[in-house]
Design a protein around this ligand. Structure first.
Ligand code: FCB
Length: 446
């Protein structure tokens, strides 16, 4: 096999790192910010494995300039970060918090001054708590609330930001937040889940329309986690379970925007979504994306159980004999990334695809001033090979973003799993470049 080299990916290929507001910013109630559902959720007992929360996290709110300098130092040309809706609109709608917008304006400038392109995600799960009290994603009015918020951000940053992603992984926050209840808002309701799915899909389209109407050359996309499955057996029941899981995880949020409707035939659980559809929604939900961001972590092993969601539980998904397992219990399956990219390309609906998240948590040990995270470096190398493979098969992959720049707050898992190319010593907020970060530095410099 030839040596992996930056040049093979093309001169225009975007190399970036990603992070999200709640996971890094801290400053949860600073300068007029309103609470988000993640503030409320993590402040409740027994919601986060290590009883931590994102009150301080990586203190990115105060350290963004140094962190963006790190992005540059590692050799990346793009930084994907999200905007916290309640930092900008503390009540979700209406009153704008200037100080919040100014913060993001400074982050954008810090990127541009260093020659790093800002890639903005408008929603990475931290809904204003004020809107949750009004029903959150289960209330159809949220489509308009979201449009208003997108307009405010576009007005403030659109003169300098070109690349926009409407949502981060809709499936994760509708399913895990509204059906499994393990993420904020901690709801366990099939009805609310189905309502949320439909309203999120309409909000994708509403947000995209606002960006196109208010900005001349906005590059408008969104991101989806794509989790292909691997079957444990070959019976008809296995096949049905695999189809149903695929519809739930990978298709329910992707296909309506493409004009393909809901995959109800393959996933009866979605049947009740009809209750939330109104005349005209088929059209209102359409989006002509400039790009799709594919986020990939692992494949799931399919085991036919009566409840589709149970297929996805990691304890059924481990196959210790054949695959390396990361600190979050996910199997390392690089060729699943090729499958995910091929799957999205096969729709024939987008001309550019980016890997907007890919990465792994491993137990990291500080030895002197070094972290020898060889497994993470190997993980990245193996997954980048699969990006190359997809490109040679004709999949238009135009960029790759590592998850993540820094070790950060990993949602319900707390600070346990470390995903960074840069180690965060949380007690002191010291940043230490891991060997995987050094590997990228060399790879990108070549
Ligand atoms: C993704 C999320 C991201 C991070 C990684 C590990 O699903 O988008 O915020 O938690 O998983």
């Amino acid at each position: 096999m030839t040596q992996l080299a930056r040049g093979q990916f093309g001169d225009e290929f975007t190399w970036g790192v990603a992070h999200a507001a709640y996971q890094v910013e801290g400053a949860w109630d600073a300068d007029g910010k309103g609470p988000s559902i993640w503030d409320t959720f993590t402040h409740r007992p027994r919601t986060v494995r290590d009883r931590s929360n994102g009150d301080v996290a990586c203190d990115f709110y105060h350290r963004y300039a140094g962190d963006t300098a790190l992005v540059k130092r590692l050799g990346f040309g793009a930084q994907r970060f999200s905007i916290s809706w309640p930092r900008v609109l503390p009540d979700g709608t209406g009153r704008v918090n200037r100080a919040g917008l100014d913060f993001y304006s400074r982050v954008v400038d810090a990127c541009l001054e260093r020659g790093v392109e800002p890639w903005v995600t408008l929603y990475h799960w931290d809904l204003p708590e004020a809107l949750q009290r009004r029903g959150g994603w289960a209330n159809r009015d949220i489509v308009d609330w979201f449009g208003e918020y997108v307009g405010v951000v576009a007005d403030a940053l659109g003169d300098r930001v070109r690349h926009w992603m409407i949502f981060n992984e809709p499936c994760s926050f509708t399913l895990v937040g509204h059906l499994a209840g393990q993420h904020a808002p901690g709801v366990r309701s099939l009805r609310k889940f189905l309502a949320a799915v439909h309203h999120v899909n309409l909000a994708q389209a509403a947000g995209a329309r606002v960006l196109r109407d208010s900005l001349d050359d906005a590059d408008v996309g969104t991101t989806h986690i794509v989790t292909p499955s691997r079957m444990l057996g070959t019976t008809r029941r296995h096949q049905r379970a695999a189809r149903s899981l695929d519809a739930l995880l990978n298709r329910a949020h992707l296909e309506p925007n493409f004009g393909l409707g809901y995959p109800i035939a393959d996933c009866p659980l979605l049947r009740g979504i009809r209750r939330y559809q109104r005349d005209g929604d088929d059209k209102a939900v359409l989006v002509d994306w400039d790009f799709i961001g594919v986020q990939y972590y692992t494949r799931l092993l399919v085991h036919p159980l009566p409840v589709p969601l149970l297929h996805a539980l990691p304890r059924y998904g481990r196959d210790f004999r054949r695959y390396e397992i990361t600190a979050t219990g996910w199997e390392v399956q690089p060729d699943g990334l090729h499958e995910a990219l091929t799957k999205v390309h096969a729709y024939g609906k987008v001309s550019r695809i980016y890997v907007t998240e890919n990465g792994a948590a491993f137990p990291d040990h500080l030895v002197g001033d070094r972290i020898h995270d060889d497994r993470r470096t190997a993980f990245y190398r193996d997954h980048l090979e699969q990006v190359r493979r997809a490109q040679s098969d004709g999949v238009p992959v135009h960029g790759y973003f590592c998850w993540s720049l820094l070790d950060n707050f990993e949602w319900a898992e707390g600070f346990g799993p470390r995903f960074g190319l840069v180690y965060t010593e949380f007690a002191t907020q010291r940043r230490i470049i891991k060997d995987s970060g050094r590997w990228f530095q060399e790879f990108l410099a070549a």
